[in-house]
Write a protein that binds this ligand. Sequence first.
Ligand code: SF4
Length: 474
Amino acid sequence: MKDVESSCHKPIVPNEISIRENAPISLMQKLEILSDSAKYDVACTSSGVDRKGDKTGIGNTISGGICHSFSADGRCISLLKVLFTNECIYDCKYCINRKSNDVKRTSFTPQEICDLTIEFYRRNYIEGLFLSSGILHNPNYTSELIYEALYKLRNEYHFQGYIHVKAIPGTDPVLVQKLGLLADRMSVNLELPTAEGLRQLAPNKHRKSILTPMRQIQNGIVSNKNELVLYKNTPRFVPAGQSTQVIVGATPESDYEIVTVAENLYQKFDLKRVFYSAFVKVNEDKSLPALPGGPPLLREHRLYQADWLLRFYGFQAKELLSEEKPNFNVLLDPKCDWALRHLELFPVEINRADYQMLLRIPGIGVKSAGRIIRARRNTKLTFEHLRKLGVVLKRALYFITCNGRMMYNTKIDEDYITRNLISVKEKLPIDTGGITYKQLSLFDDKSFMENQAKTEIIEPERMKALQEEIIRVS
Ligand code: SF4
């Protein structure tokens, strides 16, 4: 890493950069085009990094500075999310920016990225930058431009705010390393769950060229952590970790295959997040699915719920789904669905169950499970205690006993519980003017909501479409 650091002082790209433009175009027009082109990339939450400004520069990444939350109308706030360029040499069939599409093309210069970021930051419009890109000329050429933008931001403008940058597969590892020393988070998009899917829809991309930078970033993070133990002032490498994005519904993989891929990515590449993006059909192409019902948003929603179970609830993909049951239940969230298929484990006595078992009870989240463990050291818990500890009793009541008694005289029967669970009206996480949907979700779980509000971005159109899909299915 030392060699790379020492070669990190000068940008590789000369100041004069030739970027093709069909006609003169203002910075605002570029911003319109390149922020619109970036909207299909969902892998942009922050952060996990906690860096205070050192008073010699501008910005910081402490919570409140870059943590994202939903604003009242569902907008994602605080991140300038743009493409560096929507030019592309590749022709991925699902992508609006593919080279065969006749769309207006433009590119920022590194200086323009700096100007926008700093000016927006100063006006308090944003708290950080998420920079993705098409491929201009080749991966190295594009990455060098991006590197120059980041280099200027960090070293000339002394911007200390959050930066998430895409690593473009095929980029020279030295350049990936240098980008990682300037960015807080990096992501390499897996795009499609399987190599076969890539071959069909993104013939210029290869699984190996995607996994290679992912592995490099993982190794870089590990060795940087080790160096930091020895040398406190070692520059941080991708301190907020890496993430990826998988498109759902463009190729025929089942939920089971997608969840298994995500599980492997978490285990083998130590990713911070896998983002699932419901396929939006923006191109007419015979190799793309028809999707008459629109983007599979409910499916995306279920995958996020399952992802949460993998990361925080100790579930494994093979517990949630199987070859025989390859897709999630439309009406029930994955945890309820699992519980109903394992009624032999219930009811669980709240005053005796271990932490892992508590986490598996519908209506009990990570925080409420922890609170139960602590509270029962002092007293025998009752249902009233559980309510105060944040347990969602309308879901949990079918699966628990307190001091040997159930809350109501209820049957432990799959059909009976299912009927009752799906008749519970739940509110969507954001105020939607009284719109409700019937199936249950982790949104009902307090701790899920708290964490989700901190980390997940759902853009307004996406939220609206999700609500419509939920209403349609229920
Ligand atoms: S590489 Fe593929 S997905 Fe990325 S911008 Fe180019 S065409 Fe789109």
